[in-house]
Design a protein around this ligand. Structure first.
Ligand code: TNX
Length: 571
């Protein structure tokens, strides 16, 4: 069944991408090479989309924009016609039914490329595959010269799981609309179809709520480390939702509660059991805050927030957090969930929550998100047995905020180090005791941002682990093989270089990089706690280093800010 993995492997240990076809990630269900069926794009190539389908047209425009930018060709988009089938066709007819809701077929001929699907989501996925079949220069932001030939192939492809997600924490460090769009672009490339936004936490509230304005004006005014924070206005948020939708990505907004709520409690004294607002927090402790479960106002607050959020949310899910509620008793937690879950339902949405919600009596359409490092959880097992679907994001397999190894300067490590191979070699369908494949909704890779400030930081932690987890979510279990994957992943590097992505050159991957073969980049030499005097560059031991603090606190005997500095190494 799998032509791709078998037929195309290069030497497992040799450096560089595999020979033959471009390396596809995630690996399709079947790829057949067709000699003589290569298609060369030129100045006359157009995109033809299923006549009468606005959705297919949008996918066609998306592809044409990418092609125009890099090739400089005009790439007109028009309705498909039965009499002229040359060029790139995106059709919603005659796909093999095996492709289902999200899959596609892609066939080349000397006259063109035809992508067929049952729905526009499948066309969009087929377009992502086409991008990887073209030379890496297709990702160029400016017009480039390249041999724009698509190899001769016949591909049939569809996902193992329908829900493939990334999470971005915009609460610990605020990430503005531009960062989020950038992340959406990177995720879409790997057929991710959900973006979970962690919108609120102890350090900041990032989504405008008209009925409780201080949540953002005050509760959004800082972040980890004490920077200025920020928040999304409703228009900002709509812009994100729309941008994601154009890339067939559904946004799942999260309001984390009853814990992780210091920013809300700091903004409104009356939400606190004792009526006293705590100060804003900029450290990275967890487990100390809780909404006041006995207070009637708490549920008016939650109802207002969920109502306004539901209005902004075209997708089916609202994520209510529920993790690490260490400052809430178990009884209070269960009581809180029994009141909050119906509020979500009354607003026409389904509940998602971190797996702790499964310790309470959740409805079967609520989705617990498994984030533990263990492989068993009684509540999750029981929920699955009652028919609930589970979203899989085990921290030791999928957490993009975690250090790759001891030399990684960014990131946390409470779940251990998470190297690329760790993110690949696990099976969502057998990972949790008593939770079988049929109970798995899908897979998510979360990026918490206690230490993640810039898009460079995001890229470094997400690449190459995001594509790895994306393949875990897309590719059929029996087709996945680490030795094959590491070669295909190496083949992606050429695309990332054109995109100027700041990816981590994991020593586990045979990167085809002549300039920087593995091991030639200097490892970061040190990190140290230093008194911070301001500015971005600090002199240390007579040398200048790019430096960033990632946490801030009161250090006895100093009056200034302080933080952990790092040498970022060099190539
Ligand atoms: C645990 S994972 C958390 C977050 C932290 C993260 C850091 C989860 C549901 N809660 O509050 O940001 O670890 O890795």
């Amino acid at each position: 069944m799998v032509g791709a993995a078998g037929g195309l492997a290069a030497e497992p240990d040799g450096p560089g991408a595999r020979e033959g076809l471009p390396s596809l990630v995630p690996l399709p269900v079947s790829v057949e090479e067709r000699s003589g069926a290569e298609f060369a794009l030129d100045a006359d190539t157009g995109v033809r989309t299923e006549a009468g389908s606005a959705e297919a047209r949008r996918v066609g425009e998306h592809l044409a924009e990418i092609l125009r930018r890099s090739t400089g060709y005009p790439v007109p988009v028009s309705d498909a016609s039965p009499t002229d089938t040359s060029g790139i066709q995106l059709l919603l007819a005659d796909a093999d039914p095996v492709v289902g809701e999200q899959g596609y077929q892609l066939d080349t001929s000397p006259d063109g490329v035809t992508i067929r699907a049952e729905h526009a989501a499948g066309l969009f996925s087929g377009v992502q595959t086409l991008r990887q079949l073209l030379p890496p220069e297709v990702e160029s932001a400016t017009v480039t010269d390249a041999d724009w030939t698509v190899p001769g192939v016949s591909i049939t492809d569809y996902p193992r799981f329908g829900h493939r997600s990334v999470m971005l924490d915009v609460a610990r460090h605020f990430h503005p609309v531009e960062h989020v769009k950038h992340y959406i672009d990177q995720a879409a490339r790997y057929k991710v179809n959900h973006l979970h936004l962690h919108l609120t936490d102890d350090q900041g509230w990032r989504i405008q709520i008209d009925s409780w304005p201080r949540l953002t004006t005050y509760g959004g005014s800082t972040q980890v480390g004490g920077g200025p924070g920020g928040y999304f206005t409703k228009d900002d948020y709509r812009e994100i939702v729309e941008y994601a939708a154009e890339r067939h990505i559904t946004v799942v907004p999260e309001i984390d509660m009853p814990g992780h709520t210091n920013a809300a409690l700091a903004s409104y004294a009356e939400l606190n059991c004792d009526g006293i607002a705590p100060p804003l927090r900029t450290d990275i402790e967890v487990g100390y805050s809780s909404l006041c479960v006995d207070l009637p106002l708490t549920y008016e607050f939650v109802a207002d927030v969920i109502r306004e959020l539901a209005e902004l949310t075209p997708g089916p899910y609202i994520h209510i957090g529920g993790d690490e509620a260490d400052a809430t008793t178990d009884e209070d937690y269960a009581l809180f969930m029994s009141r909050v879950i119906p509020i979500v339902e009354e607003n026409g949405k389904q509940v998602m929550g971190w797996h702790e919600i499964a310790n309470t009596d959740i409805p079967t359409d609520a989705v617990p998100q498994f984030w533990s490092t263990s492989t068993s959880h009684e509540g999750v097992r029981a929920a699955a047995e009652r028919g609930a679907k589970v979203l899989m994001s085990p921290a030791n397999k999928t957490y993009l905020d975690h250090k790759y190894d001891a030399t990684t300067q960014l990131g946390l490590q409470w779940a251990g180090f998470v190297e690329v191979r760790d993110t690949y070699e696990w099976d969502p369908g057998t990972h949790v005791e008593g939770v079988s494949e049929s109970s798995i909704l899908g897979v998510e890779s979360p990026l918490f941002t206690e230490t993640i400030v810039t898009t460079d930081d995001m890229e470094y932690m997400a690449f190459p682990r995001l594509p790895s987890v994306a393949e875990v979510g897309w590719t059929q279990a029996e087709a996945r093989d680490w030795d094959d994957f590491r070669l295909r992943l190496a083949g992606q590097a050429a695309h990332w270089e054109v995109l100027d992505l700041n990816f981590y050159r994991s020593p586990q991957i045979p990167w085809p990089d002549a300039e920087h073969p593995p091991g030639t980049c200097s490892a970061p030499a040190w990190s140290a706690t230093e008194v911070y005097l301001g500015g971005d560059v600090v002199s240390h031991a007579g040398r200048e280093w790019t430096a960033k603090w990632w946490t801030r606190g009161e250090q006895p005997g100093t009056t200034g800010e302080w933080g952990v500095w790092r040498d970022e190494g060099s190539c």
